[in-house]
Ligand binder design. Structure first.
Ligand code: NAD
Length: 488
């Protein structure tokens, strides 16, 4: 936990290989969501801080882009080794600042390490294409080059995985990077930067600037930033996409979600209940791939009562405790918003069959909310339409699969969707017609791994090239075409 010890008073930015104080005198508290004890403070850095980082990244780019690709990849191999060596410490840091359960955090570290594995293949990934004889005596060749300085803006819910979706691949492709981590989970970012420097990344290749809106706007406006990778909530994603595109930058902006799980009458009910419970309530529902709406097809009271029973049995508490599944919400203010959604659900006539508000007083020190389930929710209700990002589940009733698919189509979000069934025809119809980018067949969290694109649709994504996989490679590289005539 060296990062915390070193920085207890106020976190530093990491610019040009040095730990530096922000120019700002403003700082925000970073409490542990399970106890509200102060962990550290995070500076609200300024546009001047952003400029220092971009100047460093731009200077580093001049040399870094010319470092042979296998040499760049070797730094990632070393980074992979260091992340693996420190796997447990990284997971503990995530629990401390984000609040999720240790097992989840451990899995998140693994997902991040896989991104480094993917990026380590840069020499193969960056290969171009050639065609000899595209016309008489004429050959065509395509080479890939980095785009320049990339800005990355990340959310609180995956402090390790999301930054690692971005900078390892960007840097392996020869870009340099300025990361703006979530101000609510900034600690791990410093540890990631520290280990990257230890792996041999030269000064200025990865920079970290902490803060909030000013840092984001500083990146979006900066003339020397070529591309922006963003992950966060829908309104901010849309703003970042529009603003960065208006400045002529490449942009990929991953956004909010409302993920539907369809439970068909023939489903393996134990498996469906188990998967839905962990998808909905794991990480306190604060996952962009969390299940937040279940479509119950046909009369299926057995499923609903089994779900409620399991929710009643959930152990709530600090993520460091092995038994716990339901961990705290990131901040008190966010819980207040969630309580507003619960009130709205009641006002609009949904049937509250499990009220998680009763657990709030049992664990007063943290930002806890018990599992909350509404039944007989209709697609027009606010709780069915909006992303609540909390342990709150809506059950919608449908007569058949067609109606369930219609609910998914009506949602403005399209990150993920799952079906529970063993019926091949239903599976195929779901695959063809579900209006979302990442589908699960009997899978609770169908999040894709680093080798494939993280593929949200509709208002869950703004841009055209997603993060990870070949999309990520295309986003972080630009192509140059050479046409050669050999007839003389
Ligand atoms: P958030 O939008 O509040 O913050 C994300 C980033 O944007 C942070 O770095 C923050 O400092 C910055 N930011 C926030 N408000 C801003 C503003 N007004 N102007 C400029 N910058 C601003 O998101 P969050 O609460 O940290 O994360 C949760 C959200 O992220 C959820 O909506 C979740 O669905 C989404 N998410 C999506 C994916 C995906 O793959 N689609 C993955 C993870 C999280």
């Amino acid at each position: 936990m060296s990062v915390i010890k070193k920085d207890t008073a106020i976190l530093k930015n990491f610019i040009n290989g040095e730990w530096v104080n922000s120019n700002s005198i403003q700082a925000l508290d970073v409490p542990n969501p399970a106890t509200n004890e102060l962990l550290t403070k995070v500076p609200v850095s300024t546009k001047e801080d952003v400029d220092l980082a971009v100047v460093a990244a731009k200077a580093a780019f001049k040399e870094w882009k010319n470092v042979p690709v296998p040499k760049r990849a070797r730094i990632l191999f070393k980074y992979h080794y260091l992340l693996t060596e420190n796997h447990e410490e990284l997971a503990r840091l995530i629990v401390l600042e984000n609040g999720k359960a240790y097992k989840e955090a451990y899995g998140e570290v693994q997902r991040g390490i896989e991104c480094v594995e993917f990026a380590s293949g840069a020499p193969t990934l960056m290969m171009g294409e050639t065609l000899s004889g595209i016309a008489e005596e004429i050959d065509s060749e395509m080479f890939r080059y980095p785009v320049g300085v990339v800005g990355g803006i990340t959310p609180f819910n995956f402090p390790m995985m999301v930054p690692l979706w971005m900078f390892p691949l960007a840097v392996a492709c020869g870009n340099t990077f300025v990361l703006k981590p979530s101000e609510r989970t900034p600690i791990l970012a410093n540890r990631l930067a520290e280990l990257f420097a230890e792996a041999g990344a030269p000064k200025g290749v990865l920079n970290v600037v902490h803060g909030s809106h000013d840092v984001v706007n500083g990146l979006l406006e900066h003339k020397d930033i070529a591309a922006i990778s963003f992950v966060g909530s829908q309104p901010v994603a849309k703003y970042v996409y529009q603003r960065a595109a208006a400045e002529g930058k490449r942009v990929q902006a991953l956004s909010g979600a409302k993920n539907h799980h369809i439970v068909m009458p023939d489903a393996d009910m134990d498996r469906a209940v188990q998967n839905i419970i962990s998808s909905t309530f794991g990480s306190a529902g604060q996952r962009c791939m969390a299940c937040s709406a279940v479509v119950v097809v046909g009369e299926n009271d057995r499923f609903v009562s089994a779900l409620k029973k399991k929710a009643d049995e959930l152990i709530i508490g600090n993520g460091m405790d092995d038994e716990v599944l339901l961990t705290p919400i990131i901040r008190r203010e966010h819980r207040e918003k969630v309580l507003g959604f619960i009130e709205k659900g009641l006002e609009e006539g949904a049937d509250l069959i499990r009220d998680g508000r009763r657990e709030i007083d049992e664990l007063p020190e943290g930002n806890f909310l018990g599992p909350t389930i509404f039944d007989h929710v209709t697609p027009e209700m606010t709780i069915a339409r909006e992303e609540i990002f909390a342990p709150v589940l809506s059950l919608l009733r449908a007569n058949d699969l067609d109606e369930g698919l219609e609910y998914i189509r009506k949602s403005r979000f399209g990150n993920g969707a799952t079906i529970y069934t063993n019926n091949a025809k239903a599976i195929r119809q779901f695959r063809e017609e579900a209006d979302a980018g990442m589908l699960g067949i009997n899978v609770g969290v169908p999040a894709t791994m680093a080798f494939f694109p993280f593929s949200g649709w509709k208002d869950s994504f703004y841009g055209d090239m997603h993060v990870n996989g070949k999309d990520g490679l295309n986003f972080y590289t630009r192509k140059k075409m050479i046409t050669s005539r050999f007839d003389g």
